[in-house]
Design a binder for this molecule. Structure first.
Ligand code: 9PG
Length: 742
């Protein structure tokens, strides 16, 4: 028996359990400890103290290995069949048992990670029901793992990782290795609280004397207020899974969120023209053709009549203008009428009765899934991907609806788990695409993709409206958490920001900046821009670029290139929709802190946030980007936001002399300054921007008179009050601003 204890009084006594596919089960009471030993050693996570427990149950032997690395621990289970009959396994509990904590469960909170890109991720009361959908089997596969749907009342479920927030402490649990099994964390409050960590074995058979190893599990206690509570866990996963080292994600344009499936070749060309003409202010890399060009999903060799020449000539045109061509594919999905489904009925994933498994309902059809463990499918996948990347010329692929490969079903290779089937498919795609290609996962179960994709969509689709709508209907879909909606997209950008640049580049989904054919208010656009700009994730826009007004183009331009840093979410364990992001940087040898404030509520947010609660002290200069105001902050950060509104503060400790305070040149402000010297009587700042940039800089100038030079020439500044002066600048490349007092 393993007991995990925490100084705060948390105590989790854990045993193990096993369930077979035929319903037979070996509950905790069936396992007798027979041996125990300890050892010390070192592995990729560092030095450890190891404890090995051997258990026996009828027909089984199990070894549980527990390695303690300082504050955290890794656990795995080795299972050996000690019976002459083979058996198919459903799942194994690596850790299961009663949980005691000083507070009652009514005060606990539960953070769930969600199964795939579009799944809800976030913190709710432990006693709240699991997030579910009212759309039933139509949409279930697009929202969660249908093999383990949201729990009944009193049972909470998470995929991959979870946190249990018990007052001051958070218990972090997650799978460290992610290639072979889906791990589920389950909190059961129906009786005395039970916490379980299951590795799904999906019905794979085990032969006499065969051994199966579970994934490694991470267990760690953290402070509930830790601004990066998943940091230790996420880095352990990175050590084990070797993510791709993508130094810079391309920024660009995507056709989906304006043209949708109606996109035509000339729409791509019209936007290509505008982007070519505007390159000076929008130095993007990527032009990505989304869904709509293909004859049918699964029929990638033929094209819609709106793309009479196919997509290869578009790739060529895009490349000729100096951009990177990108293409959407749903490689594991097929419409029932697609040739791949009609001509190869044996390639489809099927249930125990032999019926094709449903991958959900979309495009007015029930969707089919391909089984990547079938050699025919694997070869076909390689062919499709090699054609798109190497023959048509798309070195960037948005791989969508990837969950289809991991649906429950009977596979060609009966020994492949669902996670392995997905990973095998992704591996074939990566090999066919080559190491150079940028692969973006979408609709993708998270764990098995680590190390194979460069980018990952981490939330539901954005949309030109705040809350979900289905055929223009708000009610009863407002509460849906995975349907396209700006609110849903931004929510997961915050709650999954800890994965960014640890496992891949997070893709927060697209900017929507248009002012026509949108229901987004000015506030909502600001909220989206603030969230994406601070997220450090990929920056793609999805608008008719030729229709964007100048001030909206300037916002997009200020976000280029994506800075790639990872923000902290201050209140991620406190509320379902976090409201406070923090990003830290350095500026002229002193700290700069950016705070994003988002109001997801339908009512105004008015409050004074103590600076201390943001980890800040002393007097600060605060520059708020959207209102273009600079002010001195003492003790409090004022919040006065309309419904769905946002603020973006740039904060710097006040020092004597000259100081840069804020700007409109970059999002977040200050990243445009590559060198700075700030003294009592002299200040010098070097600016660097690839796009042509126009805007304002705010400086602290503690004097009546100042001499300002921009690239050696005199410039004028206007005092905006209390020692703050504003200077207007326009430049491209490098620029030097100097200020002298005296
Ligand atoms: C193309 C789109 C875009 C988009 C993807 C994906 O029914 N659903 O729940 C559902 C969710 C997402 C979705 C489509 C349907 O969008 O995320 O960016 O590429 O496919 O069809």
């Amino acid at each position: 028996m393993l007991a995990f204890t925490d100084p705060s009084g948390i105590r989790w006594r854990t045993h193990l359990a096993l369930e077979a596919a035929d319903g037979s089960a070996w509950p905790p009471a069936a396992w007798r400890p027979v041996e125990e030993s300890t050892a010390a050693g070192r592995d990729l996570h560092g030095a450890f103290e190891e404890r090995r427990e051997v258990f026996r149950a009828e027909g089984w032997e199990a070894v549980r290995i527990w390695r303690r690395y300082g504050e955290a621990a890794g656990v795995r289970l080795l299972l050996r069949r000690r019976d002459n009959a083979p058996i198919a396994l459903r799942r194994v509990a690596i850790l299961t048992g009663p949980l005691e904590a000083p507070l009652p469960p009514t005060r606990w909170r539960f953070y769930q990670t969600g199964f795939h890109s579009w799944s809800f991720s976030g913190t709710t009361h432990a006693t709240a029901p699991d997030v579910d959908t009212c759309l039933g089997p139509l949409a279930a596969p697009m929202m969660f793992d249908v093999a383990l749907p949201p729990g009944p009342r009193g049972v909470r479920r998470s995929d991959l990782a979870a946190a249990l927030i018990l007052g001051e402490r958070a218990l972090i649990l997650g799978q460290v290795t992610t290639a072979d099994q889906f791990v589920k964390i389950e909190l059961d409050l129906q009786g005395g609280p039970q916490l379980r960590v299951w590795a799904e074995l999906d019905g794979i058979p085990i032969a006499p004397e065969e051994e199966i190893a579970s994934e490694w599990i991470w267990v760690e206690g953290r402070a509930a207020t830790d601004p990066d509570p998943f940091g230790g866990y996420a880095e352990a996963v990175a050590r084990a899974m070797r993510p791709r080292a993508t130094l810079q994600a391309p920024s660009g344009w995507c056709s989906w969120y304006f043209y949708y499936t109606g996109v035509r070749a000339q729409d791509i060309l019209a936007n290509l023209d505008t982007l070519t003409a505007r390159r000076d202010c929008l130095p993007i890399d990527l032009i990505q053709i989304d869904d709509g060009y293909e004859a049918a999903v699964g029929d990638w060799a033929r094209f819609s009549p709106r793309f009479p020449e196919g997509v290869a000539p578009l790739a060529q045109a895009i490349r000729q203008k100096g951009f990177l061509p990108g293409l959407w594919l749903a490689p594991f999905l097929a419409w029932p009428e697609a040739p791949v489904a009609r001509e190869h009925p044996d390639w489809l994933l099927r249930d125990a009765q032999g019926r094709p498994v449903s991958a959900g309902f979309n495009w007015f059809r029930w969707l089919r899934a391909l089984d990547p463990t079938h050699p025919g499918v694997e070869e076909w996948l390689r062919e499709v991907v090699a054609t798109a990347v190497h023959r048509w010329g798309f070195p960037y692929l948005k791989l969508d609806f990837l969950y289809a490969a991991a649906l429950p079903g009977r596979r060609y290779d009966p020994k492949a788990t669902r996670a392995q089937a997905l990973r095998r498919g992704l591996q074939a795609i990566r090999e066919a695409a080559g190491e150079e290609a940028f692969l973006l996962g979408c609709g993708c179960p998270l764990g098995p993709a680590i190390g194979l994709v460069d980018g990952m969509r981490i939330g539901p689709d954005v949309a030109p409206h705040w809350a979900p709508q289905v055929f223009g209907l708000g009610f009863p879909f407002r509460r849906e958490r995975s349907l396209p909606a700006l609110r849903n997209a931004v929510h997961n950008v915050l709650t999954r920001s800890w994965m960014h640049r640890r496992w891949w580049w997070n893709d927060p989904d697209c900017l929507l900046l248009r002012t026509r054919e949108t229901r987004l208010s000015e506030s909502e656009v600001r909220l989206l821009v603030t969230a994406i700009a601070l997220s450090g994730g990929m920056v793609l826009d999805s608008d008719p670029v030729w229709a964007l007004p100048e001030e909206r183009l300037a916002l997009w331009s200020a976000m280029l290139p994506p800075h790639g840093r990872r923000p902290e979410i201050i209140d991620g364990f406190e509320r379902e929709f976090p409201r406070i992001l923090r990003l830290r940087g350095e500026f002229a040898g002193a700290p700069v802190i950016w705070i994003g404030l988002l109001n997801p509520e339908d009512r105004p947010w008015e409050e004074e946030i103590p600076l201390e609660a943001l980890g800040l002290a002393g007097s600060l200069w605060g520059f708020e980007f959207w209102s273009r105001t600079a002010r001195r902050l003492e003790g409090q950060l004022p919040v006065a936001l309309p419904p769905h509104g946002a603020a973006l503060w740039t904060l710097r400790p006040i020092r004597p002399g000259l100081q840069w305070v804020g700007s409109t040149l970059r999002l977040p402000p200050g990243l445009e300054v590559v060198e700075g010297e700030e003294g009592e009587a002299r200040g010098r700042w070097a600016f660097l921007r690839e796009p042509r940039t126009e805007g304002w800089v705010w400086l602290q100038i503690p004097a009546e008179r100042v001499i300002l030079r921009w690239n050696g020439e005199p410039v004028t500044a206007t005092e905006t009050g209390s020692g703050i002066w504003a200077v207007e600048l326009a430049f491209q490349g490098r620029g030097d601003l100097e200020a002298f007092i005296g």
